[in-house]
Design a protein around this ligand. Sequence first.
Ligand code: AKG
Ligand code: FE2
Length: 270
Amino acid sequence: MGTSKLLELNPQDLDGCGDIMGSIRNRQIDGILIKDFISPDIALSRGESLMENPSLMRSSSCPYGRIYARTIIGMGNQSEQYFEDAQVFRTECERFFGSQKNFETHLAQLLAKIAGDRKISLPLGPGGTPYSPATIRWVDPGGTIAPHCEKIYFKAGAAAFELINQIAVADTIFSFFMVMTKPEAGGELVLYDFNWQNQNGNGVGKQTNTKYLESHCNPTPIPISEGDLIIFNAGQIWHQISEVKGTMPRITIGGFISFSKDDKTLYYFS
Ligand SMILES: O=C(O)CCC(=O)C(=O)O
Ligand SMILES: [Fe+2]
């Protein structure tokens, strides 16, 4: 793994590009970086509008800052709250980006181009209520997202794992996110060359040893600009968000992608 296995494409290059999601799944590539998924001006202006008024949409605080809507990983046994916030988020997010640049629609259209013949779907939870299509993550200066791979979270967070396990192959999880505001420095996505399956005996377990990863595992920072969207094999590849430096928060919008058990559908959710 490493930067060489991250495909970089412009949106106009995606027509007829084939089953890129399958190539990530079978580890031919680590992921795909789509430049200017949304125009950088729009992405940045949306981030700045949240900075001006963080209460523009419903959020809750989290260890690194705040999060708009909830992730299923953080759901615990509060699934009612999760689905309620998901509903509020979908409505607010549509208004937030404006119907012309509706993030969710834009994401689904992009995924359809790179998903082979699979359908693209937002999964429905108990009672037919949709999952959250994405979350907005706000990392304050001084904040980090510690090294992890999504597979560990999903196994540990039993409730979330069970929900996804009902609809999808729970051991294949990709992450996606689009950058809205970049901090003055830091706040980078760093990928490590470390196979999660080797975690025992290498000093990297649930109590992830950042020093070990940094010194032995070829840390590769991925440059991602405002409006760019990355999709990568976050279930398998250890990664972190380095400390946000300066005065500005790092704001991204993203979530997860998984494959249905019959491999005919790709689900996006957060
Ligand atoms: O940058 C973000 O929004 C989250 C980073 C991450 O850990 C992920 O996308 O899996
Ligand atoms: Fe992650």
